[in-house]
Design a protein around this ligand. Structure first.
Ligand SMILES: NC(=O)c1ccc[n+]([C@@H]2O[C@H](COP(=O)([O-])OP(=O)(O)OC[C@H]3O[C@@H](n4cnc5c(N)ncnc54)[C@H](O)[C@@H]3O)[C@@H](O)[C@H]2O)c1
Length: 367
């Protein structure tokens, strides 16, 4: 099934398709997947950027898939992990693109999780002032979030995602079968972002997740396909309305204010992005209840779904001052205020600028 990311105004030409299916990336691939690739303009040669793990599991299958589509790959295999999203590996990618004389009309294919999507996308956005780019995600987090919407970038020792660009792929191909080998913790990590969409943007979807989380987390293909499809449709809809996060798109940051602080305080080790967002969503829901935007029942439902999904539900025991200092590094901070996304009952949201004094007092109360 196909979802269209329909950008408006001057970005209209950057609109693209997301194709979702099970077993669509294989050596005999035909039909829709080949059509989508062709429509994206992919032909001839492509630079495939992937990780050691993904290459070990799917390298041969992927090469055969490309051969069948008459694409000749130049494969760059990067180490696994967040530290790959760095200037060092970006520089390596540029070196290889230049060495292999890649031209503007040619393609980069990101084949991996969010780390690969972000760095490969940023390389595509900047090499020769922008060459074509395709996302073929292999983690749940990348399927439902990072491969869609065009945020690309790398980390800097001074902070995460500090260097980046909005740069849309020419298409996204999501094969649910890649999730067969994804470690359980990574699956749950991606599920946190799925909960996010339901909690603040689609109440019915949230109920579906409450009723089906066990089935989904035991990798039922129909369940996984449904949540990926719905998440991509929700994200595409938000991105269609606000590509560059001038307003509405910030709703996708639900759980991110405290979540990013948690990631910072753990030094981007120990805790994964989705896990930190799960903690952040609970915190944002507690604040929502405190300020009267949602009931205790709403807070409980969000907390219960997070807990039942095996995601962390307890706010780590850093001090309020440590949290505040980490939050001040956030891109969404202006003077003494931080822009929070709060839940307005399940499926609804409200933006609220919160004062650090209030957050400090609230943290003191709950920690
Ligand atoms: N651009 C965006 O809009 C956006 C949104 C959310 C997160 N992100 C970024 O995404 C990154 C996190 O992405 P992630 O959670 O996918 O992590 P990741 O890319 O590090 O992948 C997690 C691990 O799973 C392995 N893996 C990938 N696919 C596999 C498979 N099919 N089977 C077995 N192992 C597999 C990877 O090699 C890696 O070791 C962060 O850097 C975050 O900042 C970006």
């Amino acid at each position: 099934m196909k979802i269209r990311v329909d950008l408006s105004g001057s970005a209209k030409d950057n609109s693209y398709d997301i194709l979702i299916g099970s077993g669509i990336v294989n050596a005999e691939a035909a039909g829709e997947v080949i059509d989508v690739i062709k429509q994206a303009g992919l032909k001839g040669r492509a630079c495939v950027i992937t990780t050691e793990t993904v290459n070990g599991l799917y390298g041969r299958l992927f090469k055969n898939f490309l051969k069948n589509a008459r694409i000749e790959p130049v494969v760059l295999v990067l180490p696994d992990g967040e530290s790959t999203k760095s200037i060092k590996y970006l520089s390596y990618i540029y070196d290889e693109l230049i060495k292999n004389r890649f031209e503007r009309g040619e393609f980069i294919i990101a084949f991996g999780g969010g780390v690969i999507g972000d760095i490969a996308g940023y390389a595509a956005a900047t090499y020769l002032r922008g060459i074509n780019f395709i996302q073929i995600p292999t983690t749940l987090l990348a399927d439902v979030d990072s491969s869609v919407g065009g945020k690309t970038g790398i980390d800097h020792p001074g902070g995460k995602n500090l260097i980046g660009a909005f740069y849309q792929p020419k298409c996204v191909i999501i094969d649910v079968n890649f999730l067969d080998t994804l470690p359980e913790r990574e699956l749950k990590n991606g599920f946190a972002e799925v909960i996010k969409y339901g909690a603040v943007l689609d109440g019915e979807f949230f109920i579906y997740l409450e009723n089906n989380y066990e089935k989904i987390l035991s990798r039922d293909k129909d369940g996984l396909t449904h949540i990926i499809r719905r998440s991509c449709a929700i994200k595409a809809d938000v991105v269609n309305k606000d590509e560059k996060e001038a307003g509405l798109r910030s709703v996708l940051n639900f759980g991110h204010s405290l979540g990013h602080a948690v990631e910072t305080l753990y030094n981007y080790k120990t805790v994964k992005h989705g896990e930190a967002i799960a903690i952040g969503m609970i915190f944002a829901s507690m604040v929502s209840e405190d300020l009267g935007f949602c009931t205790g029942e709403t807070l409980n439902r969000i907390k219960t779904l997070i807990k039942n999904s095996g995601l962390p539900a307890k706010i780590p025991g850093f001090t309020p001052v440590e949290y505040i200092n980490a939050m001040k590094l956030d891109k969404k901070v202006e003077s003494r205020l931080i822009k929070f996304v709060l839940v307005k009952e399940i499926g609804g949201f409200v933006f609220k600028e919160l004062d650090f004094d209030y957050i400090h007092e609230f943290l003191k109360k709950i920690l």
